[in-house]
Ligand binder design. Structure first.
Ligand SMILES: [Zn+2]
Length: 85
């Protein structure tokens, strides 16, 4: 279940292992780096994507670099519901 519904600040969803959260923002996924406020694109390793954002403790997301070098992954979010295609 999404924890944050504000689309401007993305949506937090549990990962498969449920140990970590994934940030879904603008159709892209971001993974948290060592529980810091830095989140990196889910395709950072596979595609060397440089995109990253900061997620502040307030829940506000700062888009540091959202210049992805690939298309969004195949899932979408609608009405607060996260759907994997
Ligand atoms: Zn990316």
């Amino acid at each position: 279940m999404p924890i944050v519904r504000d689309l401007d600040n993305g949506v937090l969803i549990p990962s498969k292992s449920r140990k970590k959260l994934i940030l879904l923002l603008d159709g892209y996924t971001y993974y948290q780096n060592n529980f810091s406020c830095n989140w990196y694109c889910g395709s950072k390793r596979s595609k060397l994507c440089p995109a990253r954002v900061k997620r502040l403790q307030s829940g506000e997301v700062v888009r540091i670099n959202v210049d992805h070098n690939h298309e969004p992954p195949s899932f979408y979010q609608r009405d607060g519901i996260f759907v994997r295609l």
